[in-house]
Design a protein. Structure first.
Length: 218
């Protein structure tokens, strides 16, 4: 894998990474993501169902990956997925071909969404904030495109609340980031608190590694 930038970030402790880095990471991982999606769902399906099950209207999935979350939405929703990786979107396209919802996918940067203000009733994102080069910018964009009375639903992973697991995550954080462009010991609530979004409700599960967040636009 070629990574362009090796300068450590003073803000995060991780070295900076660029959109090109992320694209390269997920170009390499697209097929694995599709093949291993059953495992992803086995671990996270119940959390997706609980958080996204009552999403309404026109729904934007930011960093949609292979479209894993689409099936947890109601049939009467319209699903719009965006991802920076064309390779991942090709897998998503095949998987969502017979989806019951109206579905559209776009190659797009979460940090610079090409949608007008207030164009979605619900914005969802799962296990993706950790990979966005500028997480606060991406959250701010989610708020901008969400209707003022809409909801932003984030399923995040981060640093465990269990000491030994958290220490293992800290120890492997750089290696994990290098391979997956993913900050696996992030604090999702702290990242949202830095953004213009307002957290309405949150809960954690799986040794504190999974955080479900309901937020509202500013
Ligand atoms: C760990 S995967 C999660 C995929 C999916 N949401 C899920 O729940 O399994 C992270 C996804 O975010 C995408 N991504 C990373 N940075 C992005 C950006 N700046 N804009 C859009 N998508 C991005 C990656 O290409 C990848 O598909």
């Amino acid at each position: 894998m070629s990574k362009n930038n090796t300068r450590p970030s003073m803000l995060t402790g991780y070295r900076d990474h660029t959109l090109a880095d992320v694209k390269e990471t997920y170009r390499e991982q697209a097929t694995t993501m599709a093949n291993m999606d059953w495992l992803n769902q086995a671990f996270t399906g119940r959390y997706r169902r609980a958080l996204f099950g009552d999403a309404t209207g026109r729904v934007l999935d930011v960093g949609c990956g292979v479209g894993t979350s689409a099936q947890y939405l109601g049939r009467d929703t319209e699903y719009v997925g965006i991802d920076i990786s064309d390779a991942v979107l090709t897998e998503a396209e095949q998987r969502l071909d017979d989806s019951p919802q109206e579905t559209t996918l776009y190659e797009m940067d979460a940090q610079d969404l090409d949608f007008p203000n207030d164009s979605f009733d619900t914005v969802i994102s799962s296990l993706s904030t950790c990979t966005f080069p500028n997480r606060v910018e991406a959250l701010s964009e989610m708020g901008r495109v969400c209707a003022p009375d809409g909801r932003i639903l984030l399923l995040e992973h981060g640093r465990s609340s269990v000491g030994p697991i958290a220490r293992f995550q800290d120890w492997r954080a750089d290696a994990h980031f290098e391979k997956h462009s993913c900050r696996w010991n992030q604090d999702p609530l702290a990242v949202v608190a830095e953004s213009p979004l307002t957290t309405i409700e949150s809960s954690s599960a799986f040794f504190g590694m999974i955080t479900a967040i309901e937020a509202r636009p500013a």
